[in-house]
Design a protein around this ligand. Structure first.
Ligand code: SAJ
Length: 420
């Protein structure tokens, strides 16, 4: 069956929606980008990325030159609808599907027979079926999946989880294999037609529930493996061993591939998604839950290390290098480094200088604290008695070794340890 993909309405122009919208537009598809934030709408219409991501500016310029991407606050009729809104967790780590529901409510009035609705937001198992049910209640004039056996559907619904890595999104969006989870086989076939527009990786078709779990499993797998590395860092600390050397040597075994310990696990994905598995099967997820707890506890361990070291000084100046949730991005969501600096700054009057090459100002919760200031990395190190490396941003590798040798360095990232 041929499914036309002339116009696509992308709901949510965030970290995933915007690169997706721009990629589709750069391939000549008419894209209507929808966002509730007027600043985002204005930036996109001006062809400006509003967050740094390699090559996104180029893609947006191409889309603007072709005149194929237009941002608006409300959805408009299209062949396909892509929902890329956040799925945070609420109390007790239960998933909050409010943004998906709001997106469904906003597209329902403009849906028409022949459309496909694709949910890209990371979602607990069952969400895509619930989305179809909700749309069906809002539009009783249209037939949504699952439908009655054998009956044709008016609107197809599928889950195609995003799996691109911030910092490499533009490339991974095109090159990564894509999981296409249809509520029916026709739904998957229709959704695949949308990704065919730009996908160079393989489109792997399955059902929607499997696709939902696959996405959660990918991030839980990474979380469990980072937790293992973080646990090793605690063990090595107690035994007085260099965890980076231990991992480096263990990884020379052909079947061992340990990840890197750090200041904790942040970002909007890995620190969140494993909880969606835990909340679906609380009695059967001891390992996944424990990994979350191990990773969540790591920032407090780093705080304790810094405090212990600070006790050796009278009024030490502390330089904290890095604030974002991982290297070479400016994203502060769930950032362990922000949690560490906040805890240290609130716990005493010690002066803290923070350096992050990707930030021009401190986030509000730090900016309001009188003992915290943002400054250039070398200036920060030169003022400091103690240097805490919290994020391994590439520019930090340029800090002269002798500047560090004169100070007490607490490196949560291995930046100053690694040979390479
Ligand atoms: N981290 C470590 N040690 C490591 C690797 C990462 O401590 O060895 C930390 C990072 O510093 C960061 C956190 O883990 O705080 C997560 O970073 P990340 O680079 O592992 O992942 P994200 O959250 O930026 O993106 C992940 C990716 N998922 C997987 O690699 C399985 C990405 O492909 C997903 O698309 C994304 O989540 C998402 O949106 O779900």
């Amino acid at each position: 069956m041929e499914y036309p993909v002339r116009t696509v309405c992308v709901v949510g122009l965030g970290y995933i929606g915007l690169p997706t919208a721009a990629t589709l537009a750069s391939r000549g598809v008419e894209v209507i980008g929808v966002d509730v934030d007027p600043r985002v709408v204005a930036a996109v219409n001006a062809g400006q990325p509003y967050f740094p991501e390699p090559d996104l500016d180029m893609l947006l310029r191409a889309a603007a030159t072709l005149g194929k991407l237009r941002a608006t606050p409300r959805p408009e009729p299209a062949d396909a609808f892509v929902i890329a809104v956040p799925t945070p967790f609420g109390d007790g780590h239960a998933p909050n599907l409010g943004y998906i529901e709001a997106a469904a409510d906003s597209i329902a009035p403009v849906l028409a027979a022949g459309n496909v609705v694709i949910l890209e937001s990371t979602s607990p198992v069952g969400t895509t079926a619930q989305l179809a049910g909700r749309l069906g209640r809002l539009r009783p004039d249209l037939r949504f999946p699952p439908g009655r056996h054998g009956d044709p559907l008016d609107v197809h619904v599928a889950h195609c989880p995003e799996r691109v890595l911030p910092g490499r999104m533009v490339r991974e969006l095109i090159e990564n294999d894509r999981i296409i989870g249809g509520l029916t086989e026709a739904c998957a076939e229709h959704a695949e037609a949308v990704y065919r527009v730009f996908l160079q990786g393989q489109a792997l078709r399955t059902d929607a529930a499997t696709a939902e779990l696959v996405k959660l499993v990918e991030n839980a797998h990474r979380d469990v493996n980072i937790a293992f590395a973080n646990e090793l860092s605690l063990v090595c600390d107690q035994l007085g061993l260099d965890v980076w050397r231990v991992i480096e040597l263990a990884n020379r075994h052909p079947r061992v591939a340990i990840l890197q310990p750090g200041a904790g696990v942040g970002g909007h994905c890995i620190a969140v998604d494993p909880w969606f598995i835990v909340s679906s099967a609380p009695e059967r997820t001891r390992l996944i839950r424990t990994a979350r707890e191990v990773n969540d506890a790591k920032p407090l361990f780093v705080v304790a290390q810094i405090r212990e070291c600070a006790e050796r000084f009278k009024q030490p100046v502390l330089a904290c290098l890095g604030l974002s949730y991982k290297p070479d991005v400016d994203d502060l969501r769930e950032s362990p480094a922000v949690a560490i600096v906040t805890e240290l700054a609130r716990g005493g009057d010690q002066r803290i200088v923070v350096a992050d090459p990707n930030l021009r100002r401190l986030p509000p919760q730090l900016a309001e604290l009188p003992n915290v200031a943002l400054c250039d990395m070398l200036e920060a190190v030169r003022q400091a008695d103690i240097v805490a490396v919290l994020v391994a941003h590439s520019p930090f590798r340029r800090i002269p070794r002798e500047e560090l040798l004169r100070r007490v360095v607490i490196d949560a990232t291995g930046l100053t340890h690694r040979s390479g």
